[in-house]
Design a protein around this ligand. Sequence first.
Ligand SMILES: [Ca+2]
Ligand SMILES: [Ca+2]
Length: 319
Amino acid sequence: MRGRRQIQTPLLKRASGVALLTVLFILVLITTLSVYLVEQEHLSIRRISNQRDAEQGFQMATGAEQWAVKILERDGKENNVDHLLEPWNVLLPEVKVEEGTLLSEVQDLQGLFNINNLASGRDEVWYPLFTRLLSVLEINEAIADALIDWIDGDQDITGSNGAEDSDYLGLDISYRTADRMIADIGELIWVKGFDEKILTTLSPFITALPENNIKININTSPPLLLRILTKEILPDAAVESLIEGRGEEGYRDIETFLTRTEMAAESNNVEPLITINSKYFQVRSEAEFGRLTTVLLSTVQRKTNGDKVTVLRRRRGLS
Ligand SMILES: [Ca+2]
Ligand SMILES: [Ca+2]
């Protein structure tokens, strides 16, 4: 017996050791699996709750957008002049709703230079204005030609700095010109001569509207655009005086603006560039709900002969 025990003991010990290890292994496995499943459950709950917050945020932001649309429609019914002291330009107060907040602001896109006006090529109206804008911003004026080629429907190279398909097809990452109007100013980064720095410098003054020949609203444009309406770039004092001239109600007609001393010498050149009302606006709506903030950028159009405002395009972001 003693001899058998002496032989069996190490085997038994080893067997019980293996069994213990197996039990420990299973325990570790069960614990790990449980932790994993709980984490997955949490992630799944978080995902569902984020989806719910994002969807709810989008619905709320759309509501804020429609609120701004109603203000623009009412303004269209009440008057034919658009200026910065009108109700649509007053930042709407933040609204608290259950579990969230809403905010909405409107920008007049016609206060800016519409780059799609360059669809007319090197014309005598928009091309000189755009090159003056580049000049005062200290950007190489040569990039205007490449931008014209990017937009125009032909493959004829404009001036000595233009660029059509042949210029882009030879690049490491090759592509073609759009040969149509620009939908978003971010697209400019693909145009020869443009870079991030130029885009950052230009973007406060330009927009991309779905039409050619969109005039600049002198009641809402930034001072820098008023400076370059004339071929002779205006001094700051003259621009300040023009802005003062907007008064409480903006310029009521373009004649009042054109007969001012600052414009007098060039009123014929300035006349085709300007207007006193706008039909394109951008509504920026922000909805904070749960853990998410939804931002909705909507380009809206108000018909000239009516008060109806329609949403042309929406871009959505989360933060
Ligand atoms: Ca108005
Ligand atoms: Ca072209």
